[in-house]
Design a binder for this molecule. Sequence first.
Ligand code: HEM
Ligand code: CU
Length: 620
Amino acid sequence: MDPGSDSKDSTAAHQNEHDGGAGGEGEHGYGHEPHSFVTRYIWSQDHKVIAIQYTLTALVVGVIGIVLSDLMRLQLGFPGKFQFIDPTSYYQYITMHGMIMVIYLLTAIFLGGFGNYLIPLMVGARDMVFPFLNMLSYWFYLLAVLILIGSFFVPGGPTGAGWTLYPPQAILPGTPGVESGIVVMLVSLLVFIAAATMGGLNYVTTILQARTRGMTLMRMPLTVWGIFVATILALLAFPALFVSGVMMLLDRVLGTSFFMPALVSMGQTTGYSGGSPLLFQHLFWFFGHPEVYIVALPAFGIISDLISVHARKAIFGYRMMVWAIVVIGALSFVVWAHHMYVSGMHPLFGFFFAVTTLVIAVPTALKVYNWTLTLWRGDIHMTVPMLFALGFISTFLIGGLTGLFLGNVSVDIPLSNTYFVVAHFHMVMGVSPVLAVFGGIYHWYPKVSGRMYHEGLARWHFWITFLGAYAIFFPMHYLGLLGMPRRYYSYDSYAFIPESAHQLNAFITVAALVVGVAQLLFLVNLGWSAARGRAAGGNPWRAVSLEWQTPETPPTHGNWGPQLPVVYRGPYAYGRTGPEGDFLPQNIGPDEPDDQHARARPTAQAPPRRPLAPDGGGAS
Ligand code: HEM
Ligand SMILES: [Cu+2]
């Protein structure tokens, strides 16, 4: 297959070349599938199959992340009751949980899963422009995951350095996993970054080069915009983690001193001298903060699309929403040191980072307003994707508000490293993106599988997860204000922690166990409905954007049949009364859909339509 030949075409100006069979197997037409099971489902170069591979792998990894969090919660809620959770394993769980959730679940599922599935379908391409690289990206990701999980089986177990991996502690004796766990973790991260880079170059190039005719940048759904900008952030931010990973590996394995100062460890003078631990913190957070937005921007995009479709209204302020994504993405590179307020930085430096941090609140708040205004007087359908979208707005708002607290140096210093921080970041970058992932999966499930999910299971899943997340994380704000420090194995012997805090911790643990188990509802639903769900039809949500207009559902190899779709309007043409009801798909022309001259013809014979936002929500 060689859709790679498409890569030179810009916005499908050479449509006929596309039509000739690119995306299919060599000189065969598209529609001719890869021949064997192996090339079709294992070594597949089809973006849809790769997306499913990425998603399923990420979900499996996510289950491990949840199990680890529940193990930690068992210890925190019922200290000492579970003997096998000793301090060493607690630190290993915390590290693996944090890393798994942020990188191997969320980053992978948004870019590798949603990005892969949706970009070509939403911009009207037959596939990614570099399908072979795309396939390699998945296999590198899987390799990174296997290496990561392998660290449970090496001598000494996984690293317990915390997901931030700060040196010198990360590579000095006394930290769990210092024998080999830390090395395995760093190697896994390097492989992951290679995978993310191969995927990322593909997503960016496909969006810039393979859009179909009429699909201008300002007609792309916000999901594509979110993933697009997030991918650019990833391509710029991951190198900082890559170099710091390599440098730390050298420090650990060859005894260099990039990050290691001269120090005495366990009574022994180490061979290190002259390195800077703070340099690592800068590099880590130069990656780490944009990472938050690598996860958040795709979530923003997905939520915008879910709200628009299920409230049957054009997204309010499409252009503003696009620019907010771009501005947030750019600003996310100049706020990193707000994670280092307690590192002893110069006050002016702290002031600078506090200001930039608070400035990000402006475009972010604008997005929340625009979602609200989109919902305002909309024809709101309380479908499962809509429930998750509303859940997202609520948890994101709470997490964003506590972020405003923590952005201020003087407020952050006493709260730093308390459960207030744990509550804040779980709300804003744990719970919120996960709700967006669930909402997105339910929303696109009918397209991916051709079948509808089980409504009852999905609703139970939503309510338990949403209310459960509040039960888990809301009380943590209070625990943080009490002064309960984060990353402690046990709080038994601290006089300042009242008895009520222990009861609260037990309550949180029960909620965490319930939420953990409830995810089975989701997994069972995915599996059961793929076999037994009722047939969904091609466009069950009566949605405008291109992925719902494929000639077949699930879309077959090459996505579009003989003709690529031609785009006539933005992705949010809802509320219009016309032949299609209250929506007008992007590819239905004013006249004949695939007639090049359609735009020039008078449209007198078209039935009268109630005007809506110019050009269907998107700009032309
Ligand atoms: C059921 C859901 C979850 C539960 C019950 C949970 C629980 C926990 C617990 C108990 C800790 C350790 C806190 C401490 O002792 O300081 C923790 C840390 C952490 N969690 Fe979660 N978590 C959940 C979901 C998530 C998700 C979805 C993310 C994705 C971003 C995430 C990211 C993190 C990170 C980054 C840390 C910090 C690790 C460290 O301090 O090195 N968690 N979580
Ligand atoms: Cu940050």
